[in-house]
Design a protein. Structure first.
Lengths: 412, 134
């Protein structure tokens, strides 16, 4: 659906006029987007991750790979520890694709060799996410992403980032995408040590205007596993909220066509609880914490594109982080190099809302964050008219010496 | 026939003038990179799917050789970095093997029959010129 230009001008005037009804509508929509249920998950290290390298010819065994068949148990992840029992399982085929290829569900890409030395695109084919809840809920998914070559323990490895769209749901997620659940996005990041040692982090975020999955009361605490899935990594989950001093602005192209938005946002710590591992229920609770930073970026996305899927990216992305007392931790430079936006219709909102997923590598930092590497993933929902958003950033920061973890613990 | 001859002559003349323009751009290499890139993309758009695949493979192979050459004379990233000479030699090896795989699919015709999927899942285009906030 294309947004008529007149509507854009009218909505722009109304937004700047700031009529009370608009303010209420924006506040209500922001609350609705911010409480979209989230399910962060991590694959367990060791034999629970049963991925299998697929070579170009069977005789080549682990050489010249053209795909990775993934079949991994996923556990709830609270940012440091994981649940003792698996709460879901992911199946699918990660397949490298040529740079100019347009993948799609059910489409077999041309054979493309996995290259550990060069960034490559890949697609997740035949994807399925099965939850261990009472209703055996499941999702059919499709997505694409990119590899980022790194060196781990002196050997080439690949960081992975991917945006995954939910095609259909069953069990408690039946009818997805539809009126009950207008859409859901999974953002994946991971590490592949070829041929088949794979670590995956996933965040599923579901638009849930009826509040079927979101709960407000505390859930039974997670029973943690003694195994820490990523001891050398600090994970920060941050929820972006509008900065009243610097409102979201539309970016226009040469012909006045909107080509994106300039976003300045305040970042709040956030954690998610779910009842999968404890009560076998697909329920989620969002608990926000103190403000710990800001982010500014230019987000490019052709919101007027008639397509159901729209590519997106950011430039000039900077996180400025501080501790809850306001003492600066430094800044991180990270752009979302690849992302997708998906249209969704929310009840009571005339213009479409966009679900968005994206990822990108961290390209350096300052202060206590100087020299940090890692990945940023982005799982968001944005309404252009009225302007409201809820941006979830998950920062995965490499910290093998534990310095950053110590600094964060010292500052509370 | 006359139109063909005329357009070929225009093409040759354009290429000559373009070459002169880029010689003057050597002092501003970014502008030259952008100009060469734009012409390459436009030329690539005129290719059919099979030849486009061949073009892409050859282009990646050339770039891998160029990266390795620069690394070997000390103009690349440091040796232990992911983009160092060892990684670039590995990348070149993979690209040569991929050329073989692509050639096989070009010869047996699968390259020409390759279907494309859902629009929007393709490569992310380069960011537009800096936008004007409203």
């Amino acid at each position: 659906m294309t947004i008529p230009r007149d509507e854009i001008r009218r909505a722009g005037r109304e937004a700047s006029a700031g009529a009370p009804s608009d303010v209420d509508k924006i506040a209500g929509l922001t609350r609705e987007l911010a409480t979209a249920p989230c399910f962060p998950m991590v694959s367990a290290p060791g034999p629970a991750v049963s991925s299998q390298a697929v070579p170009l010819f069977p005789i080549l065994r682990d050489q010249l790979l053209v795909a990775l068949q993934v079949d991994a148990a996923l556990h709830r992840f609270d940012g440091h520890r994981m649940g003792r029992v698996p709460s879901a399982q992911i199946h699918g085929r990660l397949t490298p694709i040529p740079d100019d290829f347009v993948p799609g569900p059910g489409l077999v890409p041309p054979p493309t060799l996995l290259n550990s030395f060069h960034s490559q695109r890949f697609a997740l084919l035949d994807g399925r996410l099965s939850f261990h809840d009472r209703k055996a809920s499941s999702l059919q998914v499709f997505g694409s992403g990119r590899t980022f070559p790194v060196t781990v323990d002196g050997r080439p490895a690949l960081r992975l980032g991917a945006v995954i769209d939910v095609l259909s749901g069953a069990g408690d997620l039946a009818g997805l995408p539809g009126e009950t659940f207008p859409g859901a996005t999974v953002v994946l990041d991971g590490l592949l040590r070829p041929p088949d040692a794979l670590r995956l982090h996933l965040v599923l975020r579901v638009l849930d205007p009826a509040g079927r999955l979101a709960v407000e009361e505390p859930l039974v605490p997670m029973e943690p596993s003694p195994v820490v899935p990523d001891p050398d990594t600090v994970t920060l989950s941050l929820l972006g909220e509008a900065d009243p001093q610097r409102p979201v602005r539309l970016l226009s192209g040469p012909e006045g066509r909107p080509i994106g938005v300039q976003i300045s946002e305040n970042l709040r710590l956030v954690r998610f609880e779910d009842a999968l591992g404890t009560s076998a229920l697909l329920r989620s609770r969002t608990e926000t914490g103190p403000l710990v930073g800001t982010r500014s970026s230019l987000l490019y996305c052709d919101f007027q594109s008639p397509g159901a899927v729209i590519p997106l990216q950011t430039t000039g992305g900077v996180f400025r982080l501080h501790d809850p007392a306001g003492r600066s931790l430094g800044s991180l430079h990270a752009n979302l190099v690849e992302g997708r936006a998906f249209r969704a219709a929310l009840p009571g909102i005339a213009a479409p809302v966009f679900r968005m997923g994206a990822f990108g590598p961290i390209k350096g930092g300052t202060g206590d964050l100087a020299g940090i590497s890692g990945m940023v993933s982005f799982n968001a929902a944005l309404s252009v008219f009225p302007r409201a958003f809820s941006n979830l950033y998950v920062l995965r920061l490499e910290d093998p010496a534990g310095k950053l973890r110590a600094r964060l613990q010292a500052s509370g | 026939m006359r139109e063909l001859a005329r357009s070929m002559a225009s093409f040759s003349w354009t290429m000559s003038i373009f070459g002169v323009e880029q010689m003057t751009n050597l002092m501003a290499p970014r502008r030259a990179v952008s100009a060469f890139g734009a012409v390459t993309r436009k030329a690539e758009e005129t290719l059919g799917p099979g030849l486009r695949a061949a073009f892409r493979t050859g282009d990646r192979l050339q770039q891998a050789m160029m990266d390795l050459s620069f690394s070997l004379v000390g103009l690349g990233p440091r040796k232990d970095a992911p983009g160092g000479p060892v990684a670039q030699a590995g990348n070149l090896g993979i690209e040569i093997l991929q050329l073989g795989v692509d050639s096989a699919s070009w010869v047996n015709g699968t390259a020409w029959r390759q279907q494309q999927g859902t629009q929007g899942w393709g490569p992310v285009p380069p960011p537009p010129e800096p936008g004007r906030p409203q």
